[in-house]
Design a binder for this molecule. Structure first.
Ligand code: 3PG
Length: 210
């Protein structure tokens, strides 16, 4: 079950790749340093090929697609090997398409109405986006009191400084974040710096969740 894997990994690196040649070295750094997972965002034309490369060369890695806004993008991601789909908002058509194809999907939500829509579609886990500007952990705790069966994947504005508090709350499956895989570091090929940030993030997960 993919959400159990999310829970074990604890932090989902959100990556924006300008060049699919960055996919394999980045995947290697993530796998070797304790976060064997990536949400590859469909914000660049390299996303689809990057997912294909990561899935093929690192079959044990949990590779998914982010910023999926259309059914067409979802299909391209799934065909390339994406094991999960994430989007910034809740598009019922995209969600239903993923469910029809048995692909786990985590749409972004921010308001109670959006969360109820997700529940109505049969989801048990939603992304909470953008987490910090939308009220952070306090907001999640407030809505979680009402939606007792719903779990959250907060993303947006999370970093090594505040991720601990999020991870400590039992309604949070995992946190998404880009701080350990920043685009400028990836583009500069700063793999050692990325490795250190990934290790730091993985150590925080271990610290909080054992
Ligand atoms: C994003 O949309 O880029 C993700 O939510 C990551 O947000 P972050 O860059 O604040 O970690």
């Amino acid at each position: 079950m993919i959400f159990e894997d999310f829970s074990k990994i604890g932090i989902i690196p959100v990556v924006v790749l300008d060049d699919s040649q960055q996919a394999a070295p980045l995947a290697e750094v993530l796998c070797k340093n304790g976060l064997p997972c990536a949400e590859v965002t469909f914000r660049t034309s390299a996303a689809e090929e990057s997912i294909r490369i990561m899935s093929r060369e690192f079959p044990d890695m949990l590779v998914g697609a982010g910023t999926v806004l259309t059914i067409e993008q979802a299909d391209r991601a799934i065909n390339a090997g994406a094991k999960f789909i994430v989007s910034p908002g809740l598009n019922p058509k995209v969600v239903q398409h993923c469910l029809d194809n048995s692909v786990p999907v985590t749409p972004g939500t921010q308001t109670p109405s959006e969360m109820e829509r997700a529940l109505e579609l049969g989801l048990k886990v939603v992304k909470f986006f953008p987490a910090e500007p939308a009220g952070g952990l306090n907001m999640i705790k407030a809505v979680a009191a009402a939606y007792v069966d719903l779990k959250f994947m907060p993303t947006g504005g999370i970093s090594a400084k505040n991720v601990k508090e999020y991870l400590a709350y039992n309604k949070i499956i995992a946190c998404g974040g880009s701080w350990m895989v920043k685009k400028d570091l990836v583009n500069a090929g700063e793999w050692d710096k990325i490795a250190a940030l990934v290790r730091e993030a993985a150590d925080i997960v271990k610290d909080v969740r054992g």
